[in-house]
Design a binder for this molecule. Sequence first.
Ligand code: PHE
Length: 342
Amino acid sequence: LRSRYLGAIAEAADEATLEAVRLEALGKKGEVSLKMRELGRMSPEERQSAGPALNALKDEIASAIAGARAGLQDAALAERLRAEWLDVTLPPRPAQAGTIHPISQVTEEVAAIFGDLGFGVAEGPQIETDWYNFDALNIRPEHPARTEMDTFYMHRAEGDNRPPHVLRTHTSPVQIRSMQQNGAPIRIIAPGRVYRSDYDQTHTPMFNQVEGLAIDRDISMANLKWVLEEFFAAFFEVDGVETRFRASHFPFTEPSAEVDIRCSWAGGQLRVGEGDDWLEVLGSGMVHPHVLRSGGIDPDQWQGFAFGMGIDRIAMLKYGIPDLRAFFDSDLRWLRHYGFSA
Ligand code: PHE
């Protein structure tokens, strides 16, 4: 019995086999346990010799099992330590860092340059009443600009008599809001999203503009021209940029001008500030008295200039981005290519 069990214990290759051997010998119905139960039926003499022998055997088997189990556990741990190792000298996997969208980057560049020129940043809602977007800016209900601008109107339920809301078609309503909030004098830019129902290579239904507004006692178009030339030289990182003012019409400025900057397109490569080409970059003019009055400012005391410029457009020009639509496609490869690191 002894050598059979000790042999089986020595041979057990895993803990399950060992446990089976333990049950066979020392379990409730194990061979050794049954023998110990038989002691009760023995005579005192027999019991005196068999009892200690059986107890010794039971202890010997139990400690052999404990020893074998410890040995198996040590071996299993050694095997795990061998198999599960880390090479701490391996380089880490590269973490994907995000990039700053070109529109955000350019908006910040624009705000920084105008900041140096003394302009603060103002904001307004993208969902506007048609009063702020049109009427206050001297665009009357019958004015063609309302349809020309392909306005998105917010749906109103029948019986809802609140004023009509639109997705703002330009950043010009922020002119009115900052006049109302701060009064004159004013020197702000207002960057943000605007919406028109239009879609092709150079138009997306949502795009970005930056509005400029300067109101003071004697602001003139000469000030406008100087500010814009300073801005474009700084933005395109050239020594100077000549502007060309073409007479135009906007309901909210009088006189109005579209502004071009001198450039060249040698070999499809844009160079700003030199050459014989002109690039249209913005609309501008002297703020119309109606607009000042809408904002609560007395046109007999104050006057100023305003301009509106496409941020997406100047971003495309500065960074050589060919298709406007890509700005809003969220293609990760495009974003990594044109994005800026933080
Ligand atoms: N709001 C005009 C547009 O969206 C641009 C503009 C702004 C023109 C301010 C003149 C003055 O086209």
